[in-house]
Ligand binder design. Sequence first.
Ligand code: 13P
Length: 253
Amino acid sequence: MENRRPLIAGNWKMFKTSPEAVETARQLVKLVAMTTDIDVMIAPPFTALAQVSDVVRGSCVSLGAQNLFWEAQGAFTGAISPAMLVSVGCKYVIIGHSERRQYFNETDETVNKRIKAAFDNDLIPVMCVGESEKERESKNTFSVLDKQLKKGLEDFSADNLKRLVIAYEPVWAIGTGKTATSEQAQEVHRFLRSVLEKSFGNTLAKSIRILYGGSVKPNNIAELMAMPDVDGALVGGASLDPETFSKIVHFKE
Ligand code: 13P
């Protein structure tokens, strides 16, 4: 896995009120306290960010948001700016999740603007890409991913992208219990890295972390992490329970 530091990230999606989020974060911080060789991130809903931030401060758990809007401020009712996320202690932001693309009309073009805004504000974007079941069945996986990656990263240079994290989340594996096999994940991760290499050069391609997401559980994380191009996981359902998520974080034990 070269020198890439593993990242295990929990996307809480639209789950947990603020009190529930605080309690989950408290338990998690205790359970993963001894973690030193892995980055851990949780992305609670916006409404819980400030309170969860107080809980994770000084621990090995970093805070992430599930989205941002690219404008700095203005009349954009319901939107959250990058500076707002920074002000509550976010270090990461998930961008272009398939649920955002599917239900909220996000496109590769808006993903591109969001990534730029994240970098401009020193947030680490976790850019999500992934094919649908239909696209996989019609053997379009690679062309779909190639387009998502290239359009999403259009006009960036290798220098801009040093801190980028990519999450490969096959849509058919999200919340379905169907995980991509570790070989399927590796095949795609290698492909994504080759696209990055062609566009931005070998040094950058080798340094970017590519996470796998889609029904990651304590019982499949170790084999996924054993793959040379899998650098971590973006976990949905199994990140909601602190015990379960901590078992994923402790996949080596
Ligand atoms: P599940 O782990 O629930 O399949 O969700 C994956 C995901 O979408 C993480 O962003």
